[in-house]
Design a protein around this ligand. Structure first.
Ligand SMILES: *[C@@H]1O[C@H](CO)[C@@H](O)[C@H](O)[C@H]1NC(C)=O
Ligand SMILES: *[C@@H]1O[C@H](CO)[C@@H](O)[C@H](O)[C@H]1NC(C)=O
Length: 337
């Protein structure tokens, strides 16, 4: 029914939930404490805040400083809130360090690497105004304790959590504070961050380029990085609208919530070299022009605007797989010989 109400699993290092076109928004903070420093390169404690599945800030016990992960969070982080958010994380790091040893005792564990996590936040639907908080604790990647906001009580998924839920449920004043937070403050901040993001996106003008795969292929006028999505691309031939031999591409979303769009001119290079062709992009009352000349064209194979990142990742994964396969073959080769 509501996307953000579905039971969430604790994921140790990443939470990546995308809500590209959805009407519901989520604002989540995840704290992760790992006892000891058993895993090289991974901090003992880290905190990640996300808005609609995208990181907006990050903190860990090594850097000891809250880092904005979006441009629009930089301004926010330069204010008083930065100090407060930083202090909260420092405190959580200290208490969780002790908590994890207490929980280990409750599970009759005396050694080993263990993780203790808290994921809390709220969801909000902009159409209905419906909102819902969530506050869940996990231990070793499994559900441990969660706050039932309807009953305003903590419930445990495992018998080892009973001592804690009994203690926490006894503190009625604190439960009321949490209820207040999830009903009001949390939704207030969610909307505040949505607003900051929107204001930031509203300033995104398109980057326009002319692309061509080979010297004889059609020329693509490519606009990317713009927001809001309303944008038109037209071609002019010697100052007149060129409607024929034009292929309009679909509007596509980018990774960073901006959009991209293309318009392809399907004519022979001899013809556009003899005439003046101009790609005209209109966005938010502004006009961007690119006159079609050989110098202006970028080769598509070199262009990074479209799919560059994904392609790079795929290549990395593929080369890693090839590497692994080579090692396996070598090992088996040596064994069988
Ligand atoms: C963690 O520590 C805090 C502060 O000492 C305490 O209030 C809380 O109940 C502890 N949590 C657990 C799960 O033991
Ligand atoms: C709950 O609170 C009562 C009275 O405030 C106290 O006597 C009792 O020991 C508490 N129970 C727990 C589990 O903390």
């Amino acid at each position: 029914m509501h996307g953000f109400l579905s039971k969430m699993k604790f994921i140790i290092f990443f939470i990546y939930i995308t809500f590209v076109y959805s009407e519901s928004h989520t604002f989540t903070t995840l704290y992760t404490e790992i006892n000891g420093q058993a895993i090289a390169g991974i901090p003992e404690f880290f905190a990640v805040t996300t808005l609609d599945g995208r990181q907006i800030d990050y903190y860990d016990s090594e850097i000891k400083k809250l880092i904005p992960r979006q441009d629009w969070m930089k301004k926010f982080m330069s204010g008083d809130r930065f100090k407060e958010y930083n202090e909260i994380r420092e405190r959580v790091q200290q208490t969780n360090k002790i908590n994890i040893t207490v929980i280990m005792q409750q599970f009759s564990q005396s050694y080993g690497v263990h993780t203790y996590q808290r994921m809390y936040g709220c969801g909000w639907e902009d159409k209905t105004g419906y909102s819902q908080g969530f506050d869940q604790y996990g231990y070793d990647g499994e559900d441990f304790i969660s706050l039932d906001l309807k009953a305003l009580r903590y419930v445990t998924a495992v018998p080892q959590g009973l001592i804690t839920t009994e203690k926490w449920n006894n503190d009625t004043a604190h439960l009321k504070l949490l209820n207040q937070y999830y009903q009001h403050e949390c939704v207030y901040w969610l909307k505040h961050f949505l607003m900051l993001r929107k204001v930031d996106l509203e300033r995104r003008a398109p980057v326009v380029s002319l692309l061509q795969r080979h010297p004889s292929s059609p020329v693509v006028c490519h606009a990317t990085g713009f927001y809001p999505p309303g944008l038109t691309i037209t071609w002019l031939k010697n100052g007149q609208d060129q409607d024929e031999d034009v292929d309009y591409g679909a509007l596509l979303p980018n990774e960073d919530e901006t959009f991209q769009k293309t318009s392809t001119l399907i004519i022979e290079p001899e013809e556009w070299k003899k005439n003046q062709f101009v790609c005209v992009v209109e966005h938010m009352g502004r006009t961007f022009r690119k006159i079609l000349t050989e110098n202006e064209i970028k080769s598509s194979t070199k262009a990074v605007h479209c799919c560059g990142f994904t392609e790079a990742v795929i290549r990395l994964v593929l080369s890693a797989l090839v590497g692994v396969a080579t090692v396996i073959l070598l090992v088996y080769g040596i064994r069988s010989s």
